[in-house]
Design a protein around this ligand. Structure first.
Ligand code: GLN
Length: 454
């Protein structure tokens, strides 16, 4: 299996999904897996995976697709990758992504964009972002599954754009230790897989308490695979009316209706719900995420990691810091650092950052009220459209790109689990995904609902 994936990975170079290949590590791990073969082999024994470049992998370049981390080889292994390797997984290499996971099209990567294996009239499409390399690699069968991370949709949107499954677990379910931080109160890692069953198995291997991440929850990890019974009789599925956007493409409308019908046929009850603060979700996210990013990214100072700019005679530490960051960070990352610094500054803190935190609490309360009223899961589209063309947004304003996250950011702001499942194709034959949002810690129920839609 590993040999086949290594061959596929090389043949798939045109997708620019893998940015660093680790065939020697893969073959070593595959041989070790062969030696463990048998009934008591671990769950992912010998399963070849791709790892998003945001995960620190010991001795292997981990650059978060940024020039500022050029040459950075961590001394340590992230908790997630360590757990996957303990479960027998094989690492084929590191996967492309938006720089520091900021973006929705993989176009902010220092390696250039990953390409969606799906095409429309020979037009090259984005695989989405920020986990675009992960999505492209899984969809093109270069690996069996991949890790992703999701701060505002970066697992679910690329999964929807490439016709695969992606789950963002409840905040705290998966350790963030050793994952390059973007916005620490929103970031979660999760699996990107071909099927819901694969997602259940892989999430089981990734999840669990970690003393090295103080926000990691000390909760037992259920057997997610055993939860896939397909029995959702009597479950209540909420349809939030605020997610019905003006100008939504007909194909998305139809997909949503089809999803309702599938859940209803399986015995679930469909109910209208209201999440009244939804309209504030994007502005709230685009204050909180950059604020946390500006703080997290302050550590890239030209001293501790990766790149340092060449200095001129007489340059001091300030010039070193400025030149390194100006060279090392791409445009989108610089924009986020500036927005974040602004909303956290003494004069604007109350007007922006504190206000956003209050609205975030209201967004969370909307969901709590829906669940308290008996809703088991919420069904929405995963994205407002199918995959768009590479370069298509190049001249658009950054806000237009941010609009891609309209259905996904609420879930991170509320800390809830969310899953994207491929459910249909649009008129051009491109994949579309639906999103299910669950109660906190109910990934098992969420996966079972997704299993019915698959
Ligand atoms: N597209 C969103 C952003 O640019 C979400 C990214 C993510 O989830 N990492 O911030």
């Amino acid at each position: 299996l590993t040999m086949a994936c290594l061959t596929a990975m090389d043949a798939g170079d045109g997708l620019n999904a893998f940015v660093h290949k680790t065939p020697e590590i893969a073959l070593d791990q595959a041989r070790a897996a062969d030696a463990r073969r048998g009934a008591d082999a671990p769950d992912l024994n010998g399963i070849p995976l791709g790892i998003k470049d945001l995960f620190c992998t010991k001795g292997v370049p981990s650059q978060a697709a940024s020039n500022i981390l050029r040459g950075f080889r961590p001394e340590y292994e992230s908790t997630v990758t360590a757990k996957l390797f303990d479960a027998g997984a094989v690492m084929l290499g590191k996967l492309n992504m938006d720089e520091f996971a900021m973006g929705s099209s993989n176009e902010s990567s220092c390696y250039g964009p990953a390409v969606n294996p799906w095409k429309s009239d020979d037009r090259e499409l984005t695989p989405g972002g920020s986990s675009g390399g992960s999505a492209a690699a899984v969809a093109a069968d270069l690996c069996l599954a991949a890790t992703g991370t999701d701060t505002g949709g970066s697992i679910r949107q690329p999964a929807a754009f490439t016709g695969i499954v992606g789950i963002k677990p409840t905040y705290g379910r998966v350790s963030r230790w050793g994952i390059v931080a973007f916005a620490s109160s929103l970031d979660q890692a999760g699996p990107m897989t071909k099927t819901v069953r694969d997602a259940a198995i892989m999430l089981g291997a990734m999840a669990g308490h970690d003393a090295k991440d103080s926000t990691s929850a000390d909760l037992a990890v259920p057997d997610f695979e055993a939860a896939l019974t397909g029995d959702i009789r009597g479950k209540k599925i909420g349809i939030p009316r605020e997610y019905r956007m003006d100008g939504m493409p007909a194909a998305i409308d139809k997909l949503w209706a089809d999803g309702c019908a599938m859940l209803k046929d399986a015995g679930a009850e469909i109910v209208d719900i209201s999440l009244p603060h939804t309209k504030y979700a994007l502005p709230t996210y685009y204050v909180i995420a950059p604020a946390e990013a500006s703080s997290n990214l302050a550590r890239y100072d030209g001293v501790r990691y990766g790149h340092r700019a060449k200095l001129a005679q007489g340059d001091g530490i300030t010039e070193m810091y400025e030149k390194t960051r100006a060279e090392g960070f791409g445009a989108e990352v610089q924009r986020r650092v500036m927005i974040g610094t602004y909303v956290l500054s003494a004069g604007f803190y109350d007007a922006y950052y504190n206000r956003a935190r209050k609205v975030r609490a209201l967004i969370k309360r909307d969901f709590e009220q829906a669940f308290a009223a008996g809703v088991d899961a919420i069904l929405t589209p995963a994205t407002p459209s199918a995959a768009f063309g590479l370069g298509e947004m190049a001249n658009a304003s950054p806000v237009e790109m941010y609009l891609n996250d309209v259905f996904t950011v609420t879930v991170n702001l509320a800390g809830l689990p969310g899953i994207a499942v491929p459910v249909g194709l649009d008129a051009d034959g491109l994949p579309l995904g639906l999103q299910l949002i669950g109660r906190p810690w109910d990934e098992a129920g969420l996966l079972n609902h997704a299993y019915v839609l698959e």
